[in-house]
Design a protein around this ligand. Structure first.
Ligand code: PHE
Length: 429
C-alpha cells in the first residue's frame, strides 16, 4: 500500500517545508538587493503566480493521478519519457549534494552561536570541520526520510514549520526595532523601475521563483503522489503564498540589520556567513539573535533537504521495488559521496574548476540552469502529452479556468522558460 499523508494540514506543512528554505531566507533578500529593490517584486510576482503556481498544480495533478514518483509517472505518460524522469532524479541528487553543504554551514554557525564561540568564516572553511557538519546534515536528512512519509517527513514538518514561522516573527520584531531599520526597509522596498528594462532582472526573477517554490524538479509531484482527496488549487495557492510571505519577511529581517550596522546591501552570497556573524557578535544579546537566525536557516534547510532526498528514494521504491530503508541508505551514501568534492571546495583543499569553487559551479549548472531545463521538460511533457481530461478532473475548475490553465502550461510556461534558458546560457549572472 502506498503511504499517504495523515492529514491535509500535514501535506500542506510538508510542502511548505520543502518550499521554504535557504532560497527564501538567504537568497531572496540579496537577489532583491541586486535587482532593483521593490521593483523586483513585479517580475517576481508574475513568475510566481503565472508560472510557479500553475506548475505546482500540475505536479500535484500528475502525482495524484499516477500515484507514483517521477520516473514511473513520466513513463506512465509515454514510455520514452522515462529518461526525462531519470534526468529529474539525477538533478535532484546533484542539487541536494551541494545544498547539504550550505545546510551544514548554517548548522555549524547555529552551534557556534549557541556555544558562544567566534569563528570567522575563512577559519571555519579553512579547517576540516565543514566535512564533519556535512556528514551530520546528511545523516539527519537520512534519519527523517528513512522514517517514512507520515512518520518522518510529515511529523518533522508539522513541528518545524510553525516553529520556523515563530522564530521568523521574533527576528522581524527585533530587526524592525533597530535604529536604522526604516532606511533598510526603504532600500528594500523602494522600486527602481528602470531595472525592469533589464531582461536579466526578469530571468533572475524566474530562476528565483522556481528554486524557492521547489517546482519543476518533481518534488511536488512526489509529494502529490501521497495525497488523498485534498483540493489541489486551494492548497497550491496556500503553499505559494506561505513561501512568498517568508521570502518577503526575510528581507524585512535582513535589510534593517544591514543598514543599522553600516554594511553594504549588495554583498551577495557571502552576506549570511561573512558579514552577519561579526555583527551579531557586536550587538547586545548577539549570541542569542545569531543562534535564532542560524537555527532558523538550518531548520528551513533541513525540511527542504528532506524533500529532495525523497525524490530519488521514492523512485527506487516505486520503480525498482526497494524497501524504503535500503533505498534511503543507498541514496544518502551516493549523495554524500558526490557532495564531498563541493564540501571540500570551501575547505583547505579548495577544490576548484575553471577558477571557481566547485560548489558555486554546481549551483549554477544544476540549481540555476538545470532547474529551468527540468521545469521546461516537465511542462512540455505534461502540457502536450498528458490527457487534458486528467488535468481537468484533478483540478476541478470551471470551463474558463480549464482553458486558461491549458494555455498557460502549453504555451506560456514553455515559451518563458525557453527564453530564460537561452538568456542564462548567454549571460550566466
Ligand atoms: N525551495 C528550497 C529553498 O527555497 C530549495 C529547493 C529547490 C528545494 C529545489 C527543492 C528543490 O531553499
Amino acid at each position: 500500500m502506498r503511504e499517504k499523508w495523515s492529514s491535509t494540514i500535514g501535506f500542506i506543512l510538508a510542502s511548505i517545508g520543502s518550499a521554504v528554505g535557504l532560497g527564501n531566507i538567504w537568497r531572496f533578500p540579496y537577489i532583491v538587493g541586486l535587482n532593483g529593490g521593490g521593483a523586483f517584486l513585479i517580475p517576481y510576482l508574475i513568475a510566481v503566480f503565472l508560472c510557479g503556481l500553475p506548475l505546482m498544480m500540475l505536479e500535484f495533478v500528475m502525482g495524484r493521478h499516477f500515484k507514483a514518483s517521477v520516473v514511473a509517472t513520466l513513463s506512465g505518460i509515454r514510455k520514452r519519457f522515462r529518461f526525462a524522469g531519470f534526468f529529474l532524479v539525477f538533478l535532484m541528487g546533484m542539487i541536494l549534494s551541494y545544498y547539504l553543504v550550505i545546510t551544514s554551514w548554517v548548522l555549524a554557525y547555529s552551534l557556534f552561536f549557541i556555544l558562544g564561540v567566534t569563528i570567522p568564516f575563512s577559519a571555519f572553511t579553512g579547517s576540516y570541520y565543514p566535512l564533519l557538519f556535512f556528514l551530520m546534515s546528511g545523516i539527519m536528512s537520512f534519519v527523517v526520510v528513512r522514517a517514512g512519509v507520515k512518520g518522518g517527513i510529515e511529523k518533522l514538518s508539522k513541528f518545524l514549520v510553525p516553529v520556523l514561522f515563530g522564530m521568523l516573527c521574533m527576528l522581524l520584531l527585533f530587526s524592525l526595532s533597530l535604529p536604522e531599520a526604516m532606511r533598510g526597509v526603504v532600500f528594500y522596498l523602494t522600486p527602481d523601475f528602470s531595472k525592469l528594462f533589464n531582461p536579466f532582472v526578469w530571468t533572475a526573477a524566474f530562476g528565483q521563483a522556481f528554486f524557492s517554490l521547489s517546482v519543476g524538479v518533481g518534488i511536488m509531484l512526489t509529494y502529490g503522489s501521497y495525497m488523498g482527496e485534498e483540493r489541489i488549487v486551494k492548497n497550491a495557492v496556500v503553499i505559494t503564498i506561505a513561501d512568498l510571505l517568508v521570502a518577503i519577511m526575510s528581507g524585512l529581517v535582513i535589510f534593517p540589520i544591514v543598514f543599522s550596522f553600516g554594511l553594504d546591501p549588495a554583498t551577495g552570497v557571502k552576506l549570511a556567513f561573512v558579514t552577519l556573524p561579526p555583527i551579531f557578535q557586536k550587538m547586545s544579546f548577539g549570541n542569542f539573535w545569531g543562534a535564532v537566525f542560524f537555527l532558523l536557516l538550518f531548520l528551513a534547510a533541513l525540511t527542504s533537504s528532506v524533500s529532495m532526498l525523497e525524490v530519488p528514494v521514492a523512485t527506487l521504491i516505486d520503480s525498482y521495488g526497494f524497501k524504503r530503508k535500503d533505498a534511503t541508505w543507498i541514496v544518502s551514501l551516493v549523495v554524500i559521496l558526490i557532495g564531498l568534492p563541493s564540501a571540500l571546495s570551501y575547505t583547505a583543499l579548495q577544490l576548484e574548476l575553471f577558477g571557481k569553487p566547485l560548489l558555486d559551479l554546481k549551483d549554477f549548472a544544476f540549481g540555476t540552469i538545470g532547474i529551468i531545463a527540468a521545469a521546461l521538460v516537465l511542462s512540455v511533457v505534461a502540457g502536450w502529452f498528458l490527457d487534458p481530461g486528467i488535468i481537468f478532473k484533478e483540478i476541478k475548475g470551471g470551463r474558463k479556468t480549464e482553458k486558461l490553465f491549458l494555455l498557460i502550461i502549453r504555451y506560456f510556461i514553455p515559451f518563458v522558460l525557453l527564453i530564460n534558458l537561452v538568456a542564462r546560457v548567454i549571460k550566466p549572472d
